[in-house]
Design a protein around this ligand. Structure first.
Ligand SMILES: NC(=O)NCCC[C@H](N)C(=O)O
Length: 321
């Protein structure tokens, strides 16, 4: 089968978007696009391989897209809740990873502290893919970029706004994705949820090469001026349930509705990683309306997961041989 190839720059692990060099990220998107167009016919490429997907938090899109992507590559996916493993009963993450590495061809984990996936990657002898940590969600960002590229034709120079929690995993990863793609991002947050300064410094270094930019504001209307993509984020992320009351109060002005979108570019689309709290961070009118890119964004979790698994596992096997 003729398909785009991902070159040797593919990282050993995918813990955050910045693990992918800009050219490698673009190549993974090319492969995902090819896999979306022709999803079947890849069953022999990783026939007999297996992936372990460990979840410490709920998951719908990530769990099902990874398992389906693995199936389409001829692999078996073992979806494991933490409490079903000895990991949930005292065995260390390092010991678990060491043993599972000897059975499996890749590991994914949805967890709380980002250090957990870093610890896995330190010990694992197979690729580790971050299926969401408190601070990064790279698998989501690849689907976001694919949806934007399909809609606008190109990413470089695209103007986007992120509305809500600038510290969230979705925001951090989308910011790194914009940096790698040469996009311009304005992030509107309450002062309490401003994006991390070290991350901003790092992405600005990359943006100096890719031509992108990032600006912070506290005003949603200012952020969306000229924006072609407006990203709404859940106010209470899975690791923040204990902060529900204060977050809902602080983020009350950071809702993506039709009125806010009317301040954006004429061709603006709305994004959301889902699950959405309808009427809170995004209205049903936007989510289900003509400017919503959300459903294609969600659908793109599958081909991008397929491309990530294929690239990381085939390259890691090549390196090991
Ligand atoms: N599409 C997804 O994977 N959604 C999971 C929720 C992401 C959200 N930022 C959270 O951390 O709760």
């Amino acid at each position: 089968m003729n398909h785009p190839t991902v070159n040797g720059d593919i990282p050993g692990h995918l813990l955050r978007v910045s693990d992918l060099a800009p050219e490698t990220l673009a190549a993974v998107l090319d492969l995902a696009a090819a896999m979306k167009q022709e999803p079947l016919g890849w069953e022999r490429s990783l026939h007999g391989a297996a992936i372990g997907c460990i979840f410490e938090k709920p998951s719908t899109r990530t769990r099902v897209s990874l398992a389906t992507a693995a199936h389409r590559l001829g692999m078996r996916a073992l979806v494991l809740n933490r409490d079903e493993l000895q990991l949930g009963h005292g065995e260390t993450l390092s010991d678990t990873t060491r043993v599972l590495s000897s059975f499996l061809d890749a590991l994914t984990m949805r967890t709380f502290a980002h250090e957990n996936v870093e610890e896995m990657a330190d010990v694992a002898t197979v690729p580790v893919i971050n299926a969401l940590s408190d601070t990064h969600h790279p698998c989501q960002s690849l689907a976001d970029l694919l949806a934007l590229r399909e809609h606008f034709g190109t990413l470089a120079g695209l103007r986007a706004a992120f509305i809500g929690d600038g510290t969230s995993n979705t925001c951090n990863s989308f910011l790194e994705a914009c940096a790698a793609s040469g996009m311009h991002l304005v992030i509107a947050t309450p002062p309490e949820y401003e994006t991390d300064g070290d991350l901003l410094r790092d992405v600005r270094e990359l943006m100096a090469r890719t031509g992108g930019s990032v600006t912070l504001t506290t005003e949603p209307v200012d952020a969306v001026a000229g924006a072609q993509a407006v990203y709404a984020e859940v106010w209470v992320s899975m690791d923040k349930h204990h902060e529900r009351a204060e977050r809902t109060a602080r983020l009350a002005r950071y809702r993506v509705d039709d009125e806010l979108l009317d301040h954006a570019a004429e061709d603006a689309v709305a994004l959301h990683c889902l699950p959405a709290v309808r009427g809170q961070e995004i209205t049903s009118d936007v989510l289900d309306g003509p400017r919503s890119l959300v459903w294609n964004q969600a659908a793109n979790r599958l081909p991008t997961a397929q491309a990530v698994l294929h690239s990381l596992i085939t390259v890691s096997r090549r390196r090991a041989s």
